[in-house]
Write a protein that binds this ligand. Structure first.
Ligand SMILES: *Cc1c(COP(=O)(O)O)cnc(C)c1O
Length: 493
């Protein structure tokens, strides 16, 4: 069963949590208890079967056959290669490549299954309505969600991205999505946080909900506030551990560290849930870019989102209001929903200070650090020289923070770096880093893709091939304050 982080809802089924996306009165759905799962019971299984075993105890209201079908996405060719999430060993650490799905970012790991989880959830209630999925994106969620939901019967999806705040490849990926049920909106004069806040307001608006209900629509979310996004992400931490064991990197009962390049804290929270289920995880390392609100929090206990926002070369981490952090604090405070409520009270405007006991629990679980732009570029170049391995800028942030962690602690525990995107998604910046020239002399992003291929010998992921020649749909545009009105125009008028 699922409950709200804010103590305003208990005893909800997985189907309810996934259909609603977030708790109607505010708050996020979290499991009431965590099942134990011993990694030894998963040895020798395929990714698909590990996924089934990890997810099953959380989906008590799903029929086993439905889940078996749902996890087929991991073996039916939608992820290239035999292994959807290979662990590439680079000596004392490994890189968990989570970007072999159709959009070349780790969001596919969950967004390829969320539409099916949602479909089954809706069937549980015999809901006749169509679902309207609203998504705010800092770049990668948008395309992965569009790809997952396109041409789904009874489902419509609208993606909001900050105009000028995403990479050219990310933008083109979104605007070239096929499917009559997909819509893309460029939000002018707003960053990701404003997009996300506007979408959250829509979820909280009873009047808009009622109007849409009149048109036979219900709302849901494909952002990582939706439990159906986090659940499939727990799987690959088990998978990483299993691979590390079979590669001889971890000996019996050994632990592993994980490093997560963090934005909305969903990926990191999934690692923490794996730890709660009994996976031998030692430290979880939270890596931020110049938008280092989390690094500051772990140092001081003050969450201060009222600060300058930086547009960086790791755009999917350009987030100041990290939604899933609420789920983390729920556990760290000993599931104290009153505290969560006081910290997330709208009048705090995204700034709060936690008590010393909660802060201590946070620091005992997570090591946090950050890397600036120059360090990120240097890390891409340095790592390529050392390992002939090409990091995308997000993963490079994680690599840099891992190096800092090593110098600070000399912890020799085998460490897994969650690699969240293919370097080809951010080709021009990766080339800038590798060439050591800070000026790019490629004609455009498409030439940069080819150049990166020639420079490194790495293959361009199939999802990014031929993007320049695909037909673009015109993205609608609006200002952050106009999002609700636009939804009315699109679906009610
Ligand atoms: C979304 C994303 C992140 C941040 O993940 P969260 O779960 O939001 O913390 C990091 N890197 C890439 C490439 C992403 O797409």
């Amino acid at each position: 069963m699922y409950e709200s982080t804010r103590g305003n809802l208990y005893g909800q089924t997985a189907a309810q949590a996934i259909t609603l996306g977030m708790v109607p009165g505010g708050g996020l759905f979290v499991p009431s208890t965590f099942p134990d799962l011993n990694w030894k019971d998963l040895q020798g299984l395929t990714y698909r079967d590990v996924a089934k075993r990890v997810m099953m105890p959380y989906l008590a209201d799903f029929a086993e056959e439905s889940l078996s079908e749902i996890v087929n996405v991991y073996s039916d060719g939608r992820f290239d290669g035999e292994d959807p999430a290979p662990l590439v060993s680079l000596g004392k650490f490994g890189v968990l490549e989570l970007w072999h799905g159709p959009t070349a970012a780790f969001k596919d790991m969950a967004l390829q299954v969320l539409p099916d989880l949602m479909k089954v959830s809706l069937e549980q209630f015999n809901r006749e309505e169509d679902v309207l999925i609203l998504v705010a994106t800092s770049g990668d969620t948008g395309k992965a969600a569009l790809e997952g939901f396109k041409n789904r019967k009874g489902m419509h999806i609208v993606v909001f991205y900050p105009d000028g705040g995403v990479s050219p490849v990310q933008e083109r990926q979104m605007t070239t999505t096929e499917g009559s049920n997909t819509h893309v909106v460029a939000v002018v004069g707003g960053n990701f946080d404003q997009c996300q806040t506007a979408v959250k307001h829509i979820f909280a608006s009873d009047s808009l909900k009622a109007k849409l209900q009149g048109k036979n629509f219900i709302f849901s979310s494909a952002n990582s506030i939706n439990w159906g996004r986090l659940l499939p992400q727990i799987v690959y931490y088990y998978w990483a551990y299993l691979q590390a064991v079979s590669q001889g990197k971890i000996t019996s009962e050994g632990k592993m560290n994980v490093v997560v390049p963090t934005g909305n804290f969903g990926n990191l929270q999934a690692a923490y849930y794996a730890k709660l289920m009994g996976l031998p995880i030692n430290r979880i390392i939270c890596a931020s870019n110049t938008n280092n609100v989390l690094a500051d929090f772990f140092a001081t206990g003050v969450y201060q989102s009222q600060r300058a926002f930086f547009q960086t070369i790791s755009p999917s981490m350009d987030i100041l209001v990290s939604s899933n952090f609420e789920r983390f604090l729920y556990e760290m405070s000993g599931r104290n929903s009153e505290k969560i409520q006081s910290w997330y009270d709208a009048s705090n405007q995204g700034t709060f200070t936690v008590d010393p006991t909660t802060l201590k629990a946070c620091q005992d679980t997570v090591y946090a650090g950050w890397a600036n732009e120059e360090e990120t570029l240097e890390t891409i170049a340095r790592s390529y020289k050392a390992y002939q391995y090409v990091f995308d800028p997000h993963t490079a942030v994680a690599m840099k923070v891992y190096e800092d962690y090593l110098s600070a602690t000399n912890d020799q525990t085998f460490t897994v770096i969650a690699s969240t995107a293919s370097p080809f998604k951010f080709s021009s910046n990766v080339i800038r880093a590798l060439d050591g020239e800070r000026e790019l002399n490629c004609k455009d992003e498409w030439e940069a893709l080819e150049r990166l291929n020639i420079l490194t010998g790495w293959k361009i992921p199939w999802g990014l091939q031929g993007l320049d020649s695909k037909t673009e749909k015109k993205a609608t545009s609006c200002v952050p304050e106009g999002i609700a009105e636009l939804i009315e125009k699109m679906f009610i008028d």
